[in-house]
Design a protein around this ligand. Structure first.
Ligand SMILES: [Zn+2]
Length: 332
């Protein structure tokens, strides 16, 4: 990563990503391909104060390179976009109803705007990734949870309580297993990584004949049963693992197909760790979407391009749309 800063006259943005396992910050000049990025692991025992201290360290480093004009933030939890108030963190305590935009503005004397990580990553993919040039798209991220961001007319559609795009808790199997949110058969309950791992453990316990390859990989207790191991087992032909990946992709495909039918979207961009599960998952996903779509509707389902920098690029777009809307068009 290049650490020099050029001066093209375009505004610099401080892009912040408060994530579950790590925090990241970047100094981004719109149109320049080389942001300066800094990352730090989020402590497993973290709280809001520690998260903010960790981020402050990154910000101080970055501000030595250039003076940003505004701050854009991707936050891993629901956020009231209008006020910049975090409702809660999915990962860390003490974030409940914290006014993050006001805190950042007061601390760093820069205007700040905050949105949830799925919306912000959707903006990043739309402007710089797999959604470039599209008028509308749905972005879906499938990892520890399932999040979504809806781009309509080139901007995020947030709904009336900043809750639009939450495809993870749309129900695709009302008779399915109970989700953390209390409903049954949500996309997240069936498609997300931790739930797949959980269900694999339960099935291994309940059925001694299932998961032969998975059991071999687990023998000796050298490796934990996690998403990576499940994925490896599926690639080696383990029927239990393959069943769970097919179920994940089918649930997600049903949710995506319904959303596309409702809105007649031309493109769905799918990212997150589970989307790296390989051909079986992608084939099942695309087949299911096709089977759900109305005959008149055609939507491409593409893999996200930006990986874990999507929220940083998106945070810069978020800040540019809020604070410099006249300069927020993509540089060619
Ligand atoms: Zn749910």
């Amino acid at each position: 990563m290049n650490n020099t800063v050029t001066d093209t006259g375009a505004p610099f943005y401080l892009a912040l990503d408060f994530g579950g396992t790590k925090h990241a910050a970047a100094l981004i000049e719109m149109g320049s391909p080389d942001p300066i990025v800094r990352r730090v692991a989020a402590g497993s025992q973290s709280d809001r104060v520690r998260d903010l201290q960790a981020m402050d360290g990154l910000i101080q480093e970055l501000r030595a390179h250039a003076n940003p004009t505004a701050i854009g933030v991707s936050f891993g939890g629901p956020v009231d976009y209008q006020t910049g108030i975090v409702r809660l963190s999915h990962h860390v305590p003490q974030w409940e109803n914290f006014s993050l935009a006001d805190y950042l503005a007061a601390t760093y004397r820069l205007p700040a705007v905050v949105d949830n990580d799925a919306n912000v990553a959707a903006l990043g993919e739309h402007r710089f990734g797999a959604g470039r040039g599209m008028e509308a798209m749905l972005y879906v991220t499938v990892s520890t949870g399932v999040g979504g961001g809806l781009v309509l007319g080139g901007e995020i559609w947030r709904g009336f309580r900043s809750m639009a795009g939450e495809i993870g808790h749309t129900v695709v199997d009302p008779h399915g297993p109970r989700c953390l949110c209390g409903k049954h058969g949500c996309v997240e309950r069936l498609a997300s990584g931790p739930y797949m791992v959980h269900d694999a453990m339960v099935r291994l316990e309940q059925n001694p004949d299932s998961g032969k390859v998975l059991r071999q990989l687990l023998a000796g207790n050298e490796r934990p049963l996690d998403g990576a191991l499940l994925s490896e087992a599926a690639a080696m032909g383990d029927e239990l693992a393959r069943t769970l990946f097919r179920r994940s992709a089918a649930a997600l495909g049903t949710g995506i197909g319904n959303a596309v039918n409702l809105l007649d979207l031309p493109l769905v961009v799918v990212g997150g760790g589970v989307s790296k599960s390989g051909d079986l998952w992608w084939e099942t996903l695309r087949e299911t979407v096709d089977s759900v779509l109305l005959p008149e509707i055609h939507a491409k389902v593409e893999q996200a391009e930006l990986g874990d920098v999507a929220p940083l690029w998106g945070a810069a777009v978020l800040a540019s749309l809020r604070f410099h809307p006249d300069q927020s068009q993509p540089a060619s």
